[in-house]
Design a protein around this ligand. Structure first.
Ligand code: COA
Ligand code: AMP
Length: 629
C-alpha cells in the first residue's frame, strides 16, 4: 500500500476543493479559477484557458521549443519523423490559419475522418486553438455511421485524408466521405482532404479542397490568436456506442480535461517533460484523444504516433522495436494487442532479442485484461503490467494502480483501485451498496471528477439516464465487484455493449442492421469469447417463412453490418436457425445463446418457451464448425 496514494485518494474525496484546486495549478489559465467545483457549471467554473496553448505554446515559451513533441512512426509507410514543439506550433498555426480562412470559428464543429498521421493531430490542436469543437470519427466506421455523426454534430467542415493504411491494405477514405454526404441531411461548407502518397483521391469542386494547396494559399495570413475558452466550453465531441443505434456524443470540456489529464500523467503514469510516452491506440478512440494527443503534450512529454498494427507491420516485434527505437518510458496498449503478439510469437523471442530499453511499465485498458495475458507479458518483460479501467464518458482512468504514487499492488484480473477523484460502489438491483466480493452494478458517486463528461451533444436527457437508476450515482454500465482487499474487478457489461479488440460496439445496433436485411424474420447478435479479440459478435438469424435461407443469407447479413457499421464491427459469423430461444414472455435468451456459442455447459432456464430450441441451435453451430474444419 502506498501512503501517497491513500492520502491522495482520501483528500480527493473528503476535500475535493483543495485537491483539485492544487491540481489546477499545473495548468496555465488565462484566468485562474477561484474555486474547483460548482453544482451548476461543473469544474473550475470561473476559469478560462486554451488547451492548445497548454499543449504547445507554453512549452515553446518556456524554452523547450526544440524538445520532441511527436514522433510519427509509421511502419506501413516506412516513415519515422520527429516534430519538435516549435515545429508543432508552426504546423498547428498553419492549419488554424487555414480553418479560419474557411470560416471556422469558436464553437463551430469540425469532423475529422482521418488516419493516424500527424495532420490529424495538427487539426485537432488547431481546432482547440480556435475554440472550434472537433469530432474525430474512427476510420473503421462506414459511411452510414459517419453520416449519423455529421447530422448530429452539424460540422462546418469535414477534414479527411485520401487513405488510411491497414496492415498491407490501403483503405480509401474519400469514397466513405462522399457516400456519407450523399445520405446525410447536413452538408458542411467544405471537405478538406490531405492527399497521401499511398493513394490519391478525386476532389469534387467547389466543395472539396486540397489541404496542402489551401495551407499554401493561406500561408501569408496571420496566425489566429488562441481563443480564451471558459473551463466548461466544449473541446471536443467523441461519439461512442450506446445501447441504441444512435451514437452518444460525449462532450469533453476544456478546463476539467486539462487538469485531469495533467494530473494523471504525473500521478498514474509517471510521465513528465522530456519523457517518451506511447499509447498504441487510434486517435479515433478516447484513449487516442487523451493519451496520444492531449495528455503527453499537456505535460511537455514526447508522444509516439504509431501507424501500424501489433502484428504484421512487419512482424510481432514491431512494438518492442518501436519502444527501443524511441526510448519509450511508459507504454499503453490493449490486451488484445498483446494476445495478437503472443499468438505469433508465443515464446516472446522478439521481446527477448529486441528488449524494452528504458521502458518502466506497461498499462493495459479497453477491455478486461485476462490474467494469462498479464502473466505472459510480465514474465517475458520483467516489467509491471498494469491493467486499468476507463470509459469514453470519463476520459481518463477511474480504476488503476497509481504506479507514480508508489503503489505497486496488482492482482491479475482486477483493474486496481479507485483513482483519486473517483468513489466507487457496487450496487444491487435495489440501489443498496453490496459488500465485498459481491457482484453488482459498478457505480461512481456524483460528482464525477474533472475530465468526465457532463452531457451528451444534443442529448442532455441521454446523459441523465446514466444517473437515473441509482440517484446520486453514475452507472458505468459495467458489472463487477470489490474484493476483500479493495481491488476493483470489472467483469463485463450490464447492457448490450461488447468489446471487440478493445473497440466498444453495440450488439443492439448490429441487430437493427441484421433485422433490416431482406428475408430476416428475427435475429439476435451476441458477443462470443474470442482468443485474440476478447469478444466477437455472432449473429443468429431466423429467415422469413418461405424464404430460401441458402440464398446467401449469412453472407448478406455479414456484408450488411460491415457496409453500414463498418469493418470494425468484425461480424464474421452468422448462423441461420429455425427459431431463437425465448422466455414465455418473448424475451430472447441472449445469455443462453452466448453460452451455446462459447461451447460452455448450459441448461434451459425454467422460463424458456420451447426447450428444444437451444439444442437445435447447438447442432447448427456444430455442423457449421464441421464444415469449416
Ligand atoms: N480504418 C479503416 N479500417 C479499419 C481501421 C481504420 N482505422 N481500423 C480497423 N479497421 C478494419 C480492419 O482492417 C479490419 O478489417 P478486416 O475485417 O477487413 O480485416 C477490421 O476493421 C477490424 O479491425 P481490428 O479490430 O483492428 O482487427 P484486425 O484483425 O485488423 O487486428 C488486432 C486485430 C488485435 C491486431 C487489432 O485489433 C489491434 O491492434 N487492437 C488493438 C486495439 C486498440 O488499440 N484499441 C483501442 C482501445 S485502447
Ligand atoms: P470505451 O468507452 O470505448 O473506452 O469502453 C469502455 C468500456 O470498456 C468499459 O465500460 C468497460 O466495459 C470496458 N473496459 C475498458 N477498460 C477495461 C478494463 N481495464 N477492464 C475491464 N473492462 C474494461
Amino acid at each position: 500500500m502506498s501512503e501517497l496514494y491513500t492520502s491522495a485518494w482520501q483528500e480527493s474525496i473528503e476535500n475535493r476543493e483543495a485537491f483539485w484546486s492544487r491540481a489546477a495549478g499545473a495548468v496555465e489559465w488565462s484566468k485562474e479559477p477561484s474555486r474547483a467545483w460548482d453544482d451548476a457549471r461543473g469544474w473550475f467554473p470561473d476559469g478560462s484557458l486554451n488547451t492548445a496553448v497548454n499543449a504547445i505554446d507554453r512549452h515553446v515559451a518556456a524554452g523547450r521549443g526544440d524538445a520532441a513533441a511527436i514522433i510519427y512512426d509509421s511502419p506501413v509507410t516506412d516513415t519515422v519523423e520527429t516534430y519538435s514543439y516549435a515545429r508543432l506550433a508552426d504546423e498547428v498555426g498553419r492549419v488554424a490559419t487555414m480553418l479560419v480562412r474557411l470560416g471556422v470559428g469558436r464553437g463551430d464543429r469540425v469532423i475529422l475522418y482521418m488516419p493516424m498521421i500527424p495532420q490529424t493531430m495538427f487539426a485537432m490542436l488547431a481546432c482547440a486553438r480556435l475554440g472550434a469543437v472537433h469530432s474525430v470519427v474512427f476510420g473503421g466506421f462506414a459511411a452510414h455511421e459517419l453520416a449519423k455523426r455529421i447530422d448530429d454534430a452539424t460540422p462546418r467542415l469535414i477534414l479527411t485524408a485520401s487513405a488510411g493504411v491497414e496492415g498491407s491494405r490501403k483503405i480509401a477514405y474519400k469514397p466513405m466521405v462522399d457516400e456519407a454526404l450523399r445520405t446525410s441531411n447536413h452538408q458542411p461548407d467544405h471537405v478538406v482532404l490531405f492527399q497521401r502518397d499511398v493513394l490519391a483521391a478525386d476532389l469534387i469542386a467547389p466543395r472539396d479542397i486540397d489541404w496542402a494547396a489551401m495551407i499554401e494559399e493561406t500561408s501569408a495570413d496571420p496566425v489566429p490568436a488562441p481563443a480564451e475558452m471558459a473551463a466548461d466550453d466544449p473541446l471536443y465531441i467523441l461519439y461512442t456506442s450506446g445501447t441504441t443505434g444512435t451514437p452518444k456524443g460525449v462532450v469533453r470540456e476544456n478546463g476539467g480535461h486539462a487538469v485531469a489529464l495533467t494530473w494523471s500523467m504525473a500521478n498514474i503514469y509517471g510521465v513528465g517533460p522530456g519523457d517518451v510516452f506511447w499509447a498504441a491506440s487510434d486517435v479515433g478512440w478516447v484513449v487516442g484523444h487523451s493519451y496520444i494527443v492531449y495528455a503527453p503534450l499537456l505535460v511537455g512529454a514526447t508522444t509516439v504516433l504509431f501507424e501500424g498494427k501489433p502484428v504484421g507491420t512487419p512482424d510481432a516485434g514491431t512494438f518492442w522495436r518501436t519502444i527501443r527505437r524511441h526510448g519509450v518510458k511508459v507504454f499503453f496498449t490493449a490486451p488484445t494487442a498483446i494476445r495478437a503478439i503472443r499468438k505469433e510469437d508465443p515464446s516472446a523471442s522478439f521481446l527477448r532479442e529486441i528488449g524494452t530499453g528504458p521502458l518502466q511499465a506497461v498499462f493495459l485498458a479497453g477491455e478486461r485484461a485476462d490474467p494469462d495475458t498479464i502473466h505472459w507479458l510480465e514474465e517475458h518483460s520483467s516489467l509491471p503490467v498494469i491493467d486499468h479501467w476507463w470509459q469514453t464518458e470519463l476520459g481518463w482512468p477511474g480504476v488503476a494502480t497509481c504506479h507514480a504514487l508508489g503503489d505497486t499492488r496488482r492482482r491479475a484480473g482486477s483493474a486496481g483501485f479507485p483513482v483519486p477523484g473517483y468513489e466507487f460502489a457496487i450496487l444491487g438491483d435495489d440501489g443498496k451498496e453490496l459488500g465485498r466480493d459481491q457482484s453488482g452494478f459498478v457505480a461512481v458517486r456524483e460528482p464525477l471528477p474533472p475530465g468526465a463528461s457532463r452531457t451528451l451533444w444534443n442529448n442532455k436527457a441521454g446523459w441523465e439516464k446514466n444517473f437515473a437508476a441509482f440517484p446520486g450515482w453514475y452507472e458505468t454500465g459495467d458489472a463487477g465487484y470489490i474484493d476483500a482487499d479493495g481491488f476493483v474487478h470489472i467483469m463485463g457489461r450490464t447492457d448490450d455493449i461488447i468489446n471487440v479488440a478493445g473497440h466498444r460496439l453495440s450488439t443492439g445496433q448490429m441487430e437493427q442492421i441484421v433485422a433490416a436485411q431482406d428475408g430476416v424474420a428475427e435475429c439476435a447478435v451476441i458477443g462470443a469469447d474470442d482468443a485474440i479479440k476478447g469478444m466477437v459478435p455472432i449473429a443468429f438469424v431466423v429467415p422469413r417463412a418461405g424464404f430460401d435461407a441458402d440464398a446467401g443469407l449469412p453472407a448478406r447479413v455479414i456484408a450488411g453490418v460491415r457496409g453500414e457499421l463498418g469493418a470494425v464491427a468484425a461480424l464474421k459469423t452468422a448462423y441461420v436457425v429455425g427459431a431463437l430461444p425465448k422466455t414465455r414472455s418473448g424475451k430472447i435468451l441472449r445469455n443462453l445463446l452466448r453460452k451455446i456459442a462459447n461451447g460452455e455447459a448450459w441448461t434451459c432456464p425454467p422460463t424458456i418457451d420451447d426447450p428444444a430450441i437451444p439444442a437445435a441451435i447447438e447442432s447448427v453451430i456444430r455442423q457449421d464448425s464441421a464444415k469449416v474444419a
